[in-house]
Design a binder for this molecule. Structure first.
Ligand SMILES: CC1=C(CCC(=O)O)c2cc3nc(cc4[nH]c(cc5[nH]c(cc1n2)c(C)c5CCC(=O)O)c(CCC(=O)O)c4C)C(CCC(=O)O)=C3C
Ligand SMILES: [Fe+2]
Length: 375
C-alpha cells in the first residue's frame, strides 16, 4: 500500500462540465439551457439541433465524463488519496446545483473544482464560476450551510494535458499516406469566441489582442509542434484555427475557421493536414460534428487528406495530472509552496482568478475567485 496522499484542507473534488443531451427528447431543452439569454440566432439553434439528431440526440460528453470520473476514482484509490469525486453540469443532469446540495448533505465543507476546460475565457472559466455562485445562492435560499468552493488552476500547459496530445498528433501523422506525411501541416483547433471576449480573457494584465485565451492556445500549439519536430525530424508548419462559431454574423469572432483554413491550405498546395482539437478535453459533439463530420466533408470535397488527432479524454497521464493538480493546490492552501508542474514559458496559471479576470458583458456574481461574494 503506498503512503497516503494528503488533500487537506479539501474533502471532495467536483468535476464540473458542460453537460449534453442523452436522447432525442433532451435536445431542444438542452439547447434552451445553453442559449438562455445569450442572443444566439434561431437559425443557428435549428442547425445545431440537427447536429445532435444526426447522432441519435445523444452527446458523447456525459459518457466521457462518466469514464473520467471512474478513472479519477480508481487513480485516487490506487494512490491512497482519500478524496471523494462528484460530478455536476452547467446545462444538463446531473445539474451542478443538485450535486452541490448532495455534497453539502454529505458534509463536504471544502470543495475543489475541476472544470472540463483547460484555458482562460469567459465560457471556459468565469461562466463556470458564475454557475457555482448560482448554485451556492440556491443552497443558501434553502437554509443550507454553504461549503467553501475553490477551482483548480488552468491546466493547458500541464504535461499530463499536452503529452497525450503530442502522441495523438504523431499517431495521426503516421496514419496519413506516406507520400503526403512529411508535407502535412498541423491545424490546432479550438472553440471560436467573440474577439471582444478573447481580448479580455485572463487577468487584467493579460488583456489585449487575443488575451490569455489566444496566448495559452498558441503556447500549447507550439509545445506540440516542437515535440513533433523533435520526434519525427520533420518541421510541420502549423497554425491556430477556430471552429464552432455561433452568435450573430455582424459580431467578430476569432478566425480563421477550420474549413476556410483547409480550403486555403489546399489552394496553397499543402498535401495533407492533421487537425488537432487542443481546445477540448474530450471527443464531444464539437469534435464529432464540427471536425469529424463538417471539416472532414470539406476536405473530402477538396481531395485533401486529413486526420483528426485525439483529445486527452481519460488518458492515464491526464488522470494523474488531475491528482497532481489537486495535491499541488492542497499544499498551497496549507501554506506549503510546491513547485507547480508546467511545460513551456508561460508559467503556471493563477490558483485564484483575480478581480477583472474574463469579465462578462452583464456582470453577475462569480464564486471561487478573488471577487467571490462567498468566503
Ligand atoms: C470556449 C468554449 C468551449 C470550450 C471550453 C469548455 O469546454 O467549456 C465550449 C465548449 C462546448 N460547447 C458546447 C456546446 C455548445 N456551445 C454553444 C455556444 C457557445 N459556446 C461558446 C464557447 C465555448 N464552448 C460560446 C462563446 C458560445 C456562444 C453562446 C454563449 O456565449 O454561450 C452552443 C449553442 C449553439 C451554438 O453552437 O451556437 C452549444 C450547443 C459543448 C457541448 C458539446 C456536446 O454536447 O458534446 C462544449 C463542451
Ligand atoms: Fe460551446
Amino acid at each position: 500500500m503506498p503512503d497516503a496522499l494528503d488533500a487537506t484542507p479539501y474533502d471532495a473534488l467536483l468535476l464540473l462540465s458542460f453537460g449534453g443531451p442523452e436522447g432525442p427528447d433532451d435536445v431542444v431543452p438542452f439547447l434552451e439551457n445553453v442559449t438562455r439569454g445569450r442572443g444566439i440566432p434561431k437559425e443557428r439553434l435549428k442547425e445545431v439541433g440537427k447536429h445532435y439528431f444526426r447522432f441519435g440526440g445523444v452527446s458523447p460528453i456525459n459518457g466521457q465524463n462518466r469514464a473520467l470520473l471512474k478513472a479519477l476514482r480508481e487513480d485516487f484509490d490506487g494512490h491512497g488519496l482519500d478524496l471523494p469525486v462528484y460530478w455536476g453540469n452547467r446545462n444538463w443532469a446531473p445539474y451542478l446545483t443538485d450535486t452541490l446540495r448532495e455534497m453539502a448533505a454529505d458534509g463536504r465543507r471544502r470543495i475543489l473544482v475541476l472544470a472540463t476546460s483547460a484555458y482562460a475565457s469567459y465560457s471556459g472559466c468565469r461562466q463556470y464560476r458564475e454557475n457555482i455562485a448560482e448554485a451556492l445562492a440556491a443552497l443558501e435560499s434553502e437554509g443550507l450551510e454553504l461549503p467553501k468552493v475553490d477551482k483548480l488552476r488552468h491546466y493547458f500547459n500541464h504535461p499530463g494535458f499536452v503529452e497525450p496530445m503530442i502522441d495523438g498528433v504523431l499517431r495521426s501523422l503516421a496514419d496519413l499516406p506516406e507520400e503526403v506525411r512529411d508535407g502535412a501541416h498541423l491545424a490546432f483547433s479550438t472553440h471560436s469566441i467573440p474577439t471582444a471576449a478573447a481580448d479580455t480573457s485572463g487577468p487584467v494584465e493579460a488583456h489585449g489582442e487575443g488575451g490569455a485565451y489566444v496566448e495559452e492556445h498558441l503556447e500549447v500549439a507550439r509545445l506540440i509542434a516542437d515535440a513533433v519536430r523533435e520526434r519525427t525530424g520533420v518541421d510541420h508548419p502549423w497554425r491556430l484555427v477556430y471552429q464552432s462559431r455561433s452568435g450573430a454574423p455582424h459580431i467578430p469572432w476569432l478566425e480563421p475557421d477550420i474549413c476556410d483554413h483547409l480550403e486555403e491550405r489546399h489552394a496553397a498546395g499543402v498535401p495533407a493536414v492533421v487537425m488537432a482539437p487542443i481546445g477540448f478535453v474530450s471527443d464531444h459533439m464539437e469534435v464529432l460534428y464540427d471536425l469529424d463530420t463538417e471539416a472532414v466533408a470539406k476536405a473530402g470535397e477538396l481531395g485533401l487528406p486529413v486526420r483528426r488527432s485525439a483529445t486527452v479524454g481519460d488518458d492515464p497521464r491526464f488522470v494523474a495530472a488531475v491528482r497532481e493538480l489537486v495535491l499541488e493546490r492542497a499544499a498551497a492552501e496549507r501554506g506549503q509552496g510546491i513547485t507547480p508542474c508546467v511545460l513551456g514559458t508561460l508559467g503556471a496559471s493563477h490558483n485564484v482568478c483575480p478581480v477583472g479576470c474574463c469579465p462578462s458583458r452583464a456582470p453577475r456574481p462569480a464564486a471561487a475567485g478573488a471577487d467571490s461574494p462567498y468566503a
